[in-house]
Write a protein that binds this ligand. Structure first.
Ligand code: HEC
Ligand code: HEC
Length: 263
């Protein structure tokens, strides 16, 4: 009588059978979604409606937080937003916090991706993003011109056609996290040539170049005035959410039923 191999011996084969296929499929699905969304004419009005779900974390302004937990997404190139949404949805880029909100039942299909990405791309950017320590900027500038400008542009403005992200005006701490994740392979949708390019970077190089990037200013017509609030969401409740988002910054913050006063 033939004995069947124990199940654990089949584990590698089973893994490849199940997840290998799913992973390859994920890339395929995302690529198709990007292609489709890029060809659609965006409806900004509907984009605003879809963006309502996103405001829960990204706030109506899409300006992110200096602690690096949330990126600035306002003003990002539309093709980049489309690619990131498709990648996150297809699990090519891990984002367990956000992914549940990107399922078709909530975010919609390719049309909604086109709409919401155009809406976000048109939002004015944060004029006061978080920057680095400012102690090694000259060196950062040299590294940037040599290793990054070819792809991300002289001023970190990105490249719409090649969906290379705009990185100017991004929060320093978010840049550091993404750069580390790209370097160690944790961000699975990273650009392979970029990974190659930054392979030899030492901690000093990384800090210097990202500090420099965080200080690259977007064009003035893309920047909001400090304190600008997005008038499309007049009823957005800000105070309790801020308290919830920064629990470690002020552990003595009043309880939720007693929101902190804002200045
Ligand atoms: C539950 C919180 C949450 C919600 C809701 C959410 N996001 Fe996010 N989003 C995040 C976090 C956290 C990140 C950063 C992930 C990381 O560090 O890799 C992120 C990253 C992104 C990025 C990538 C930015 C970059 O520069 O790489 C885009 C684009 C984005 N979100 C768009 C959206 C849109 C559009 C919606 C609404 C459909 C949305 N998000 C809803 C938490 C959220
Ligand atoms: C060969 C082209 C190339 C080079 C060189 C390159 N990058 Fe990138 N970079 C990319 C692409 C493409 C992405 C987006 C990958 C994806 O689709 O998620 C990216 C993503 C990033 C991100 C994440 C942005 C975000 O919003 O999530 C950061 C930060 C970054 N690059 C910084 C740098 C820095 C700093 C340098 C120079 C030291 C550099 N890159 C060099 C192509 C490049």
């Amino acid at each position: 009588m033939k004995t069947r191999p124990p199940l654990w011996k089949l584990a590698p084969a089973l893994f490849i059978a199940c997840f290998g296929h799913a992973m390859a499929q994920g890339y395929d699905v995302a690529a198709k979604e990007v292609e489709k969304a890029l060809l659609l004419t965006p409806d900004l009005e509907n984009g605003m409606r879809v963006y309502m779900i996103c405001t829960v974390c990204h706030t109506p302004e899409g300006w992110g937080t200096a602690d690096g937990r949330y990126p600035q997404i306002a003003g990002q190139l539309q093709s980049v937003i489309i690619k990131q949404l498709a990648d996150i949805r297809a699990r090519n880029r891990d984002n367990p916090t956000m992914r549940p909100f990107t399922v078709p039942q909530l975010m919609g299909g390719s049309q909604e991706i086109a709409d919401v990405s155009a809406y976000i791309a048109a939002l004015p950017m944060n004029p006061m993003n978080g920057t680095g320590p400012g102690t090694d900027i000259e060196y950062g500038n040299q590294l940037y011109d040599k290793y990054c400008a070819d792809c991300h542009g002289d001023q970190g403005e990105g490249n719409e056609k090649k969906h290379i992200p705009k990185i100017q005006g991004q929060h320093f701490r978010y840049l550091v996290r993404q750069f580390d994740w790209i370097r160690i392979g944790k961000r699975r949708n990273a650009d392979k040539e970029m990974v190659e390019q930054i392979r030899g970077f030492r901690p000093r190089d990384e800090m210097a170049v990202l500090d420099y990037v965080s200080r690259l200013k977007p064009a003035t017509d893309k920047l909001a005035n400090p304190g600008w609030q997005n008038p499309d969401f007049p009823h957005y409740s800000r105070a309790p959410f801020d308290a919830q988002r920064f629990p470690t910054v002020n552990p003595l913050a009043p309880a939720e039923h007693d929101p902190p006063a804002r200045n």
